[in-house]
Design a binder for this molecule. Structure first.
Ligand SMILES: Cc1cc2nc3c(=O)[nH]c(=O)nc-3n(C[C@H](O)[C@H](O)[C@H](O)COP(=O)(O)OP(=O)(O)OC[C@H]3O[C@@H](n4cnc5c(N)ncnc54)[C@H](O)[C@@H]3O)c2cc1C
Length: 474
């Protein structure tokens, strides 16, 4: 069975890796991967500037989601996995131009400790009273999908949406709390509301369960984020090293797809080619376009997935230039502060192996769903803007010794209300079609581990079709 993989980001590369493993284990399967850019990895890209490591796209992944670390173990690079320096983890929120540390006991955006919540200047007294009253929230049956902002506001009020939900979600999804689906993005919150009513009581119960497991030795806390000594690019390079270079076609865009004698004909810049199965690992809009004349409903559902664009900019400093910078992982900026910068990470503090002891790296994030025009700014304008805002927020006016700007056009899928229903319909149609699969950050989770998972699942599906000798008609 010949399988085409369209897209060579981490989703498509994971599909290729697991197809290669299946082939090596005897599945009668071959694959070709087509990537329109001249390099593999998609938004996963690490750069070196002198002795500093700079991430253009993702800088890490959530440790608790296993698929990326499992892949690293299979690739033989588990020894290079590094954890975030959680003992130094202080994250600040900018409130009226000042950095306010997130209070101790805040689990995602839910307070679980009374005294730090009472003493913090992150929330007004009316929000604090609302948080106390939240403990009495009655259980609520799961209803129609709603936005994260609607659920959070119901429990804690609008200030928590502005100061916590929005900044936290713009960091992860490049999206706004008022447009992301709570069922898709925070399903645990929906479950907690259904069973406990109060999110605070539910989080307290979860915290107590973890404490008991810790005491019994059945739970060992892991670093929140994992990365690799050589940067996220190390994962890309390790996958590519395991693949046959003849199967990898960079600078080769796929422009058309058509059903042909039980399989598919793909048109690429190399001309038409026939395959028995296809894995789409592109943004949903690309798959939507190619499927328009093949399955209207599938194409329509894929076409409805929205994306946001972003810019990351890393500025290199000497450590002594940041003497006045408060310690920690960095800060998040609520949109109500009126800056364009959404977040800044102190990379040299968050991870080891990123900068030598005398150097510091600040990585700022701009764009997201609320600022679609960010890509119109030139590199010079982005740099000037970020430097002005760093001066306003942390008083940093020193000249960086380098600046690197990376642009990601419509790269972050937005899980808007109704997303899960769309994905269910997409999955059901793909099941019927059989020899067409999908992987990518719009499918089952935005982060790197979920992209690896979707690539793996698509590959295993194709390998099982190959093993069964099936060829289901499109
Ligand atoms: C700035 C930024 C920071 C992030 N930070 C984190 C983080 O810290 N942790 C985390 O877990 N996740 C993070 N994410 C999310 C995560 O990195 C992405 O969701 C994931 O890498 C997407 O991988 P992908 O392969 O699905 O898509 P992509 O990387 O977008 O790859 C899709 C590929 O398809 C190719 N393509 C498109 N059309 C065609 C065509 N017609 N023919 C051939 N090829 C085509 C594209 O060129 C591209 O290379 C971040 C994302 C961004 C943008």
């Amino acid at each position: 069975m010949k399988v085409a993989i369209i897209g060579g980001g981490i989703s498509g590369l994971s599909a290729a890796y697991y197809l290669e493993q299946e082939r090596a284990a005897g599945a009668p399967v071959e694959y070709s991967l087509f990537e329109s850019a001249n390099r593999l990895g998609g938004v996963m890209f690490s750069d070196r500037v002198g002795d500093c490591l700079v991430e253009g796209g993702p800088d890490s992944f959530l440790t608790e989601k296993p698929w990326a670390s499992q892949l690293c173990a299979e690739l033989g690079i588990a020894g290079d996995l590094i954890g975030s320096n959680d003992s130094e983890r202080i994250t600040y929120i900018v409130v009226k131009g000042k950095l306010v540390p997130m209070p101790d006991g805040l689990m995602f955006m839910v307070p679980t400790k009374l005294i730090p919540t009472a003493l913090t200047s992150l929330f007004s007294w009316s929000t604090k009273f609302k948080m106390l009253g939240e403990l009495l929230h009655p259980p609520r049956p799961v209803g129609k999908d709603e936005t994260v902002a609607q659920l959070v506001e119901r429990h804690f009020g609008a200030e928590v949406v502005d100061r916590l939900a929005d900044p936290l979600l713009s960091g992860v999804y490049g999206g706004c709390a008022s447009s992301l689906s709570v069922r898709a993005v925070l399903p645990k919150f929906v479950e907690m509301e259904e069973h406990y009513g109060s999110l605070c009581r539910a989080m307290l119960a979860a915290r107590n369960r973890l404490a008991a497991m810790r005491k019994a030795g059945s739970y060992k806390p892991k670093p929140l984020f994992s990365s690799l000594k050589g940067g996220m690019q190390q994962m890309v390079d390790a996958i590519v090293a395991r693949l046959n270079p003849q199967n990898l076609h960079t600078s080769t865009s796929v422009s058309q797809l058509a059903p042909k004698s039980g399989g598919w004909e793909l048109v690429t810049s190399r001309g038409p080619e026939k395959f028995d199965g296809v894995i789409f690992a592109t943004p949903a809009r690309i798959a939507s376009k190619m499927l328009a004349n093949i399955n209207a409903q599938l194409s329509d559902d894929l076409g409805k997935v929205e994306y946001s664009s972003s810019i990351t900019i890393t500025l290199g400093y000497l450590r002594e230039q940041l003497k006045r910078c408060p310690p920690g992982f960095g800060f998040l900026v609520p949109r109500s502060e009126g800056t364009r910068m959404l977040a800044t990470t102190y990379v040299h503090t968050k991870f080891p192996f990123r900068a030598p002891d005398d150097k510091a790296l600040l990585r700022c994030f701009l764009g997201g769903a609320s600022d679609p025009d960010v890509l119109k700014l030139s590199d010079e304008e982005v740099t000037a803007l970020v430097r002005k805002e760093l001066k306003q927020i942390i008083g940093l006016s020193a000249n960086p010794w380098f600046v690197k700007v990376y642009r990601w056009d419509r790269a972050m899928a937005q899980y808007t209300p109704g997303h899960l229903e769309r994905i269910e319909r997409i999955s059901a149609t793909l099941k019927q079609m059989g020899n067409l699969s999908i992987a990518g950050n719009f499918y089952k989770g935005i982060g790197v581990p979920d992209c690896v998972r979707t690539g793996k699942e698509a590959a295993l599906h194709m390998a099982s079709l190959a093993r069964d000798g099936q060829s289901v008609k499109a």
